[in-house]
Ligand binder design. Structure first.
Ligand code: P1T
Length: 507
């Protein structure tokens, strides 16, 4: 059997969607017993929202489509199962023989790994470093193999998850990339499933739907179906700052480049074939702070155990739904579940360390709000130039007895990341690294950092130390307009300072 990338070029038109082959589940009942877990996908609850609409002055009725209640934990179970069913029906996928390979931000991967576990496929999931370890652990538990790619790689780069998956598909015998970005089964799953269900649940009466866009399959398929029966329904697309999916119009003037999107699953630097921008009436741009705080409110106030992109959709829905009248109906789709983010936005420390939430007060400790100053940093920075080898870096770490090295760019002096013994060990033991690799591969980028120019409170340093054993201290070099290393703070350094030097009584 030859290797296969489904729909390498876009092989469909959205205008033909009505005439494509359809699979619609019974909407009015669930069978008493499901033949396997894949047949439980879909038919998710629609839940009326109460507290948030009221406190945000929304007059219309708001409903949450709870996609996080799918068996794999997300809306993407629908398309994973549908793509597998379709490929099997065409003889492209053969259980026990074919290898499923897919680039994903994780949830499509979980859906595919679920199908692969039930049906007996080897499954390789290619996902950027940014995506949570919780997703990776779920994937591994389902038996998938994981390949991680650099978050900063643009979709066109050879190192992007899409291009790495394509390369693996060429190299691994009997492999198939179902390609959610070009596969018509992606929007079709929502046209037949999500859209049909919402119409059924609201007796054919929908005035607005608000849906985030990644591949665009959810918004395109759902909205095309709903507009067939409710032509006046307003379709609101949700796109994070820094992404280019929203069409340029007045609403998007706020778009910024180089914005690091923490929210997983939505936003891209290219427009996938599975996104029908013509079906979207309005785009709302979202930022991480509003988004993640809204996800926390959905959990805390409405009891909906959802993920980050759900907060983006809800925040956008609140803005858009203020235009609706009492009695009108707005549906907001909540794509994935809390489990994916237990160590991320669910954690107060994680939110505070990134400034998404203000620092918790700790009135018992007088030093909590005092700023960290340069003289408090006892472990001064040791640097290693980015052209060095991992072996040289390790040698330097050993000789200087530093906790870590700052890896700096040879030409500019800019900080590229950290070299730590712990990350070097993990690279070698768990990530197939070798000391013949470039230092880049051994450079740890997800570290916690404070800039002295911003007068970081010691409490913030302490909250960061709850998450990682080291906090990198930097300052801004005004002439070169770049951050330069100062040193490192550990719990030991913080305690020494706060107990001995400042407040001898321990407070
Ligand atoms: O791909 P789309 O149908 O537009 O759904 C967007 C989306 C929203 N929220 C979350 C949490 C998601 O995971 C996604 C899309 N996810 C993938 C593209 C993926 O590979 O998992």
């Amino acid at each position: 059997m030859s290797n296969h990338v489904e729909n390498e070029a876009k092989g469909f038109n959205f205008s033909d969607i009505k005439d494509m082959p359809h699979i619609v589940k019974a909407l009015d009942h669930n069978p008493k017993i499901a033949s396997d877990i894949l047949n439980v996908i879909g038919n998710t609850p629609l839940v009326k929202l109460s507290k948030i609409p009221k406190s945000e002055n929304v007059q219309c009725d708001m409903y949450a489509k709870c996609e996080f209640m799918n068996p794999g934990g997300s809306v993407k179970d629908r398309i994973a199962f549908r793509m597998v069913q379709h490929a099997e029906s065409k003889g492209i996928l053969i259980p026990g023989v074919s290898v499923i390979i897919e680039p994903t931000s994780g949830n499509t991967g979980i859906g595919l790994a679920l199908a692969a576990a039930v049906k007996g496929y080897r499954c390789i999931i290619v996902l950027p470093e940014k995506m949570s370890d919780e997703k990776v652990n779920t994937l591994k538990a389902l038996g998938a193999e994981i390949v991680r790619t650099p978050t900063e790689a643009a979709s066109k780069d050879p190192d992007s998850n899409i291009n790495v998956a394509k390369r693996l598909t060429r190299e691994i015998p009997n492999s198939v990339m179902l390609d959610q970005y070009n596969n018509v089964s992606n929007p079709l799953a929502h046209y037949d499933g999500t859209g049909e269900e919402i119409l059924y649940q609201l007796d054919g009466h929908v005035d607005m739907v608000v849906i985030g866009a990644g591949t665009g399959g959810t918004i395109s398929g759902t909205a095309l179906k709903i507009k067939e029966r409710c032509p006046n329904c307003i379709v609101v697309g949700v796109d994070p700052l820094g992404s280019i999916l929203a069409q340029p119009d007045a609403v998007n003037k706020t778009d910024v480049k180089f914005y690091e999107i923490q929210v997983e699953g939505i936003g891209y630097d290219f427009v996938p074939a599975t996104l029908d921008r013509a079906v979207v009436d309005v785009w709302v741009k979202t930022d991480d702070t509003h988004t993640l705080n809204m996800s926390r409110r959905l959990i805390r106030e409405e009891g909906l155990l959802c993920g980050g992109s759900s907060g983006a959709a809800m925040w956008a829905a609140v803005q858009a739904a203020r235009a609706l009248q009492p009695g009108q109906r707005c549906v907001v789709l909540l794509p994935d579940n809390i489990r994916n983010y237990m160590t991320k936005f669910i954690s107060d420390q994680w939110m505070e360390a990134r400034n998404f939430k203000s620092l918790v007060t700790n009135d018992n400790l007088r030093w909590w709000h005092e700023p960290l100053t340069e003289d408090m940093v006892e472990q001064l920075a040791v640097t290693v130039d980015s052209r060095s080898s991992p072996q040289e870096a390790l040698e330097k770490l050993r000789k200087t007895r530093a906790s870590l090295l700052f890896v700096t760019d040879y030409d500019t002096g800019a900080i590229k990341g950290l070299f730590t013994a712990d990350y070097a060990r993990r690279r070698l033991t768990n990530l197939h690294g070798s000391f013949n690799d470039k230092l880049e591969k051994f450079t740890f980028k997800k570290y916690y950092k404070v800039n002295l120019a911003k007068n970081p409170p010691l409490g913030l340093v302490s909250r960061m130390l709850d998450l990682e054993p080291f906090v990198a201290v930097v300052k801004t070099d005004e002439t070169r307009k770049l951050e330069v290393p100062v040193g490192v703070m550990t719990s030991h350094d913080l305690l020494l300072h706060t107990l001995d030097v400042k407040h001898v009584n321990g407070k």
